[in-house]
Design a protein around this ligand. Structure first.
Ligand code: GAF
Length: 372
């Protein structure tokens, strides 16, 4: 998406919400586990003007013209990218906040389909813009859960709450340690000082597109539900480590091993982050990738090649980030090595005819907010 188009007189203001990178704790937010994302300095902005005819019209640089729907929209009414907007309007209405109508102009620099939560950024920016325009006071965690509901029940992607919580609650210079159970989740900001200590967090957008609304994410979710039923636990992330021995099916056993070991890695990573122990954090990230690749089976050749290549070129830790099956990988590396690492990944991709990757540095940014 490119720059926002102007909105005519009556404009109330502009709100924004960021994408996210998950440092560690992957596929744990729907099994009651801990996750540790950062909001990043790429964001979606929404300009808003109220209308009083019960209609919502939304323009965006990725669409031809605009999309209009009723403020009382129900799932199935709107398709394409605008369903994230309509879903947010619907989910707000389900929680008792029906807008009287609005014109919205959306723009974004969060790349689409790159595993950096462009959809959560869109939902959260629309949610804060509508809340701001209507004067609704809503706690950020509750608003994030409303956006998750939009994604689950309107868009039909069975995701957890991590992306919306990161986008809504991000803090500059901090990672967020999120406990996804019990409900409501809790969010604790943990200072993240790698930049001051000479490191950079690099994102490699592999250009292998991923989508959460397609099958495999839902399959993983169903497998974890089967495991919870088998073991008789409410939250799979709190199953005792030795429950792996009770599962005979090799695929389910591997899925459980990921959930249990990843939960332990998040706890250790939070300690490493607080202690500024970057090597330890890096090792945990790399171990997380191996677990996602081998036990949870959600990686992709482009992600594995990125991780291998950056580790060979000086990264102290690397992993896929987000749902997987494509999207982005991240690497923790000394800042002075970013250029060499970027070149090495581009060369490795060219050798095997993968699409040219996009590599950039991100830092922990603030969450959804009003800009003007
Ligand atoms: C996607 C989902 F949207 C999140 O809820 C989370 O499950 C993540 O994949 C995997 O950790 O981003």
């Amino acid at each position: 998406m490119t720059a926002p188009q102007p909105l005519a007189p009556g404009e109330i203001g502009t709100w924004a919400a960021p994408g996210r990178v998950n440092l560690i704790g992957e596929h744990l937010d729907y099994v009651g586990g801990p996750v540790m994302p950062i909001a990043i300095d790429l964001r979606t902005t929404v300009k808003v003007r109220r209308r009083d005819d019960g209609k919502v019209r939304v323009w965006s640089a990725i669409s031809d013209g605009s999309v209009e729907f009723d403020a009382t929209t129900t799932p199935g009414d709107v398709s394409g990218w605008a369903r994230y907007v309509a879903g947010t309007v619907w989910a707000l209405a389900q929680s008792g906040r029906t807008t009287g109508g609005a014109d919205l102009v959306v723009s974004s620099d969060v790349p689409l389909g790159a595993g950096l939560s462009s959809s959560a950024a869109l939902e959260c920016s629309v949610a804060v813009a509508l809340a701001g325009a209507e004067g609704w006071e809503i706690d950020p965690i509750a608003l994030a859960l409303t956006c998750q509901r939009a994604e689950n029940e309107y868009v039909g992607a069975p995701t957890g709450s991590m992306d919306q919580l990161a986008s809504m609650c991000g803090e500059v210079g901090h990672a967020l340690l999120i406990e996804t159970a019990p409900t409501p989740p809790t969010v604790r900001a943990v200072p993240a000082h790698w930049v001051e200590d000479g490191y950079a967090l690099v994102v490699v957008d592999t250009q292998a597109k991923h989508s959460l609304a397609t099958g495999e994410y839902g399959v993983r979710r169903a497998q974890t539900e089967e495991l919870s039923a088998l073991l008789g636990v409410e939250q799979l992330a709190s199953a005792p480590p030795d429950s792996v021995l009770k599962v005979e099916d090799p695929v389910l056993k591997a899925r459980l091993r990921h959930v249990i070991t990843e939960t332990q890695r998040v706890r250790s990573a939070a300690r490493a982050l607080s202690a500024r122990d970057w090597r330890q954090l890096g090792q945990l990230m790399t171990a997380s990738h191996a677990s996602l690749r081998d036990d949870y089976d959600v990686s992709a050749p482009e992600l594995d090649l990125t991780v291998e290549t950056v580790l060979e070129h000086g990264a102290i830790g690397a992993r896929m980030t987000g749902g997987g099956f494509g999207g982005s990988a991240i690497a923790l590396v000394e800042a002075e090595r970013v250029g060499a690492l970027t070149e090495a990944v581009a060369a490795a991709f060219a050798r095997v005819d993968f699409k040219e990757p996009r590599t950039f540095v991100v830092s922990p940014a603030g969450g959804a907010t009003r800009l003007s």
